[in-house]
Design a protein around this ligand. Structure first.
Ligand SMILES: NC(=O)c1ccc[n+]([C@@H]2O[C@H](COP(=O)([O-])OP(=O)(O)OC[C@H]3O[C@@H](n4cnc5c(N)ncnc54)[C@H](O)[C@@H]3O)[C@@H](O)[C@H]2O)c1
Length: 249
């Protein structure tokens, strides 16, 4: 896959999946603007000149607009947007019958509205640059119910799928593709609850048909494929990267 000379914005790039995707793009000579609430990770020094790090909140429209503007100013163009931001607030995010409605609103803002905001500013820049691709990270939770639900999380991720399909149809004529990845359980800071709980971790691994929890690299591999020209006939669809979880009865 060749990406040389392209430019990308990767949101949620301060750790876990987004950081893995950003590093893989940098390793393939892509210029990358990384965005996250967390401070800049140490591992970026070797890419100085081809990376910008923006610490801030992607639900802040002014901040998102500024990131897009500074990306185009520094790199001259924009080809890719990756939305890997997300929050899964175990204990707070529960059934709609019980959830604090402010929690519901904030999860929707971070997991769904931020994807709309980043797309709103990235798409005109990508169009001006001659086309490109968007990849949004949702979840297999978007497609199923749960007896112990995180209803805001699941509903926000389902919204991401629908938003991506709409963007795919609206901007296909501009050479812009939009696809969604549905990860299964992935070892990342989001799943810190597995640390020190080998019983829960073993149960998750046994639940996955391929017999292991996913790594952020599994998601990054799928993301780079969907961004690449090798995926040039793929738009408006979802790719489950879940070790077979969704295929289970
Ligand atoms: N880990 C899993 O098991 C799993 C499963 C399915 C889907 N996902 C999805 O994958 C994506 C990546 O998650 P991850 O597993 O790498 O977890 P992660 O917690 O490491 O990554 C999410 C990142 O989003 C950032 N973030 C949260 N709110 C923000 C805000 N308002 N502004 C800017 N940045 C913000 C966090 O600081 C964090 O770095 C998320 O969309 C998540 O919902 C993860």
């Amino acid at each position: 896959m060749s990406f040389k000379g392209k430019s990308a914005i990767v949101c949620g790039a301060g750790g876990g999946t987004g950081l893995n995707i950003a590093i893989d793009l940098l390793d393939r000579q892509v210029n990358v603007s990384m965005v996250d609430l967390k401070p800049q990770p140490d591992s970026l020094n070797e890419h100085i000149g081809r990376v910008q790090y923006f610490q801030g909140d992607v639900t802040d429209e002014k901040f998102v607009k500024d990131v897009t503007h500074q990306t185009v100013s520094k790199f001259g163009h924009l080809n890719y947007l990756v939305n890997a931001t997300g929050v899964l607030w175990f204990g707070q995010d529960k059934s709609v019958v019980d959830i604090d409605i402010d929690t519901w609103d904030r999860v929707m803002e971070i997991n769904l509205k931020s994807f709309a905001l980043t797309s709103r500013y990235a798409i005109p820049a990508i169009r001006k640059s001659g086309g490109g691709a968007l990849v949004h990270i949702a979840s297999i939770d978007a497609l199923r119910g749960d007896e112990q639900p995180q209803d805001a999380y699941g509903a926000s991720k389902a919204g991401v799928i629908r938003l991506s399909k709409s963007l795919a149809i609206q901007f296909a004529k501009d050479g812009i593709r939009s696809n969604t990845i549905l990860p299964g359980p992935v070892l990342s800071p989001m799943q810190a609850r597995w640390d020190g709980d080998p019983i829960a971790f073993d149960a998750i691994e046994r639940h996955v048909p391929l017999g292991r929890v996913g790594q952020t690299q599994d998601i990054a591999n799928a993301c780079l494929f969907l961004l690449s020209d090798e995926a040039s006939f793929i738009t408006g669809t979802e790719l489950a990267v879940d070790g077979g979880c969704l295929a289970k009865p």
